[in-house]
Design a binder for this molecule. Structure first.
Ligand code: PSU
Ligand code: MN
Length: 302
């Protein structure tokens, strides 16, 4: 376990880390900005249970009243899920929330920073941020991609959120030297859907093989993390051709309303929940649980 004066590690997490037992980090932007209350808290609770069932300890990371917290109690997590005006924190503003004593949810990028500070090497989320459609004019590319290139944490996701340009996201990850490993599939998943039309850059079929790959990179002194793309279970997916219309409609509204910057991802996710009559939310919750299970198995294998 690593200690740091700006870090509060929950006693259960600290104990597991010092004993070398498996720990899985979880992000909190998905709680504060990714899903509506009370589904956000139900999701967070269910995901922590999945990790425990698999014999690992969950560590939800967030900033609360200016402290970088690694592992929250049920009450603290529930309170965060209801906090109005919580910040959405990425690499650029994580330290700002601490120096200004604010509260916020950590994105994939900021959660990776917190996990690395605490000595946690596996992290489960829904989908990472990436290159937005139209990035050639908007320049909207998530800081998650740069973080994957520099921070040695395994991020287990259902791929890049399908609101993004998956092809360009894969190109940037390749340029930055980030391995993208699909779990048990030859094609990249597309978040709510099991399959996109993009071939998998790398494929592995077991948690042990993923752990071995990560260890080998470390042994060779290759810096940075890796993205694991885990397809949502078949009975919970929404096929890509069904999602395409909803994504395009949400995208068009965002452009028309002039939504930019940090607000883009939360706007699109919320609008797609409305357009699908809640179906996308159920799939989103299912895929996060599925990722948490695989992340716990990778943490055990490590
Ligand atoms: N995946 C989800 N819901 C979310 C996010 C990911 O299922 O809310 C969040 C993550 O925290 C991710 C962030 O890091 O969206 C990306 O935001 P941006 O595109 O602004 O970098
Ligand atoms: Mn962005």
């Amino acid at each position: 376990m690593n200690t740091h004066p700006l870090l509060d590690i929950h006693p259960e997490v600290a104990e597991a880390l010092s004993a070398g037992r498996p720990v899985v980090a979880l992000e909190s932007t998905i709680i504060t900005h990714g899903m509506p209350w009370p589904d956000n808290d139900a999701m967070a609770q269910a995901v922590e249970s999945v990790i425990r069932e698999e014999g690992a300890v969950p560590a939800t990371i967030a900033v609360i009243d200016g402290r970088l917290r690694v592992g929250l109690s049920d009450e603290e997590r529930r309170e965060l899920a209801q906090t109005q005006g919580a910040l959405k924190l990425s690499r650029a503003d994580l330290a700002f929330a601490i120096s200004e004593r604010r509260s916020g949810g950590t994105t994939v990028a900021a959660t990776m920073i917190g996990a690395q500070m605490a000595g946690i090497s596996v992290f489960a989320t829904g989908g990472i941020g990436g290159v937005h459609k139209g990035a050639e004019t908007s320049f909207d590319i998530s800081a998650d991609l740069d973080e994957l290139a520099r921070t040695a944490v395994i991020v287990v996701s259902a791929g890049a959120k399908a609101i993004l340009d998956i092809e360009k996201t894969l190109e940037v990850l390749e340029t930055r030297g980030v391995p993208v490993v699909t779990f048990g599939s030859d094609v990249m998943p597309a978040f709510w859907s099991r399959a996109s039309r993009h071939p998998a850059p790398l494929r592995l079929d077991t948690a042990e093989a993923i752990a071995r790959f990560h260890k080998t990179r470390g042994d060779m002194g290759i810096a940075g993390g890796m993205l694991v793309a885990n397809p949502v279970p078949e009975n919970e997916e929404i096929p890509a051709d069904e999602m395409a219309g909803f994504i395009a409609a949400a995208q068009e509204e965002a452009t028309r309303q002039g939504v930019t910057g940090k607000a883009v991802t939360p706007f699109l996710l919320a609008r797609i929940v409305e357009l699908t009559g809640g179906r996308s939310l159920a799939t989103n919750i299912a895929l996060v649980k599925n990722n948490a299970r695989l992340a716990a198995r990778i943490a055990r294998a490590l």
